[in-house]
Design a protein around this ligand. Sequence first.
Ligand SMILES: [Zn+2]
Length: 303
Amino acid sequence: MNKLTKLPFLFIPVLLLLLLFAGVSVAQSGENELLRIIAFGAHPDDCEINAGGVAAMWAAQGHAFRCVSLTNGDIGHFGMSGGELALRRMQEVEAAAEILGISTRVFDIHDGELMPTLENRKEVAREIRNWQADIVMVHRRYDYHADHRYSGVLVDDAIILVEAKFFTPDTPPLPRSPVVLYYDDRFQRPLPFVPDIVVSIDDVVDQKRAALEQMPSQFSDKDSWTYGRAENVPEDEETRLRLRIDALMNRNVSIADRFRTNLVELYGEEAGNSIQYAEAFQLSEFGRQVTVDELMQLFPGFD
Ligand SMILES: [Zn+2]
């Protein structure tokens, strides 16, 4: 056998191996594509309160979820403030992140002083790029708290720029715009929140509760508990913490009840009606546009 006739015998096994690897990688990227989600909140607890359930569910499936607080939370307490409180807040969100299985970051901007500046727009764009985000979450810009409002404005303003390679050229641009989703809120003017996706968090209620329990500076301090006004404040810290977290989890019950029609549409009659706790999100018009079916494929817990 001369050299030329031997060649097909060498090529065929190599070709088969290449086809095998190509087939495996196509199957993996199609069915098990791992997502990268970044959720901004104004304060160190907003992301956990609004998306802690879906964060735990995504993380359990191996997706990468990051909570970012745009301020350090250094004034929202009646007994302490400044650097001491900022450090305490950071330790608390880190403990919560460990329970949820996610990553976390706190920006060193004073609580109550977040502004929609060009500098902050660049920082938010860099953060979204560095995380290589497929999905971005944030407050709507219609909210009682200026820090919440400006968090929404900063993300809204940064989104169009994360693909623009000459904006903050020190950080490489994203290849495509992320999907942007807003947290649920109850404000009616000028526009009420209208959910595009409502997700059952029944399977991770205990995990979300446990994460929120890591934040006593937010929920169990006696002076802050009722903003120093209410009577009959429970004496022991454990009771105060439990009652505040009950109230927070009741928000998830209220979301499930308010958006029951959406749950039935998304999960079917029987499952939709039996869901107790939910988190809801509205698609922003400024990020990548997707259908409800595509959202269901992105979120955990849908068949
Ligand atoms: Zn807040």
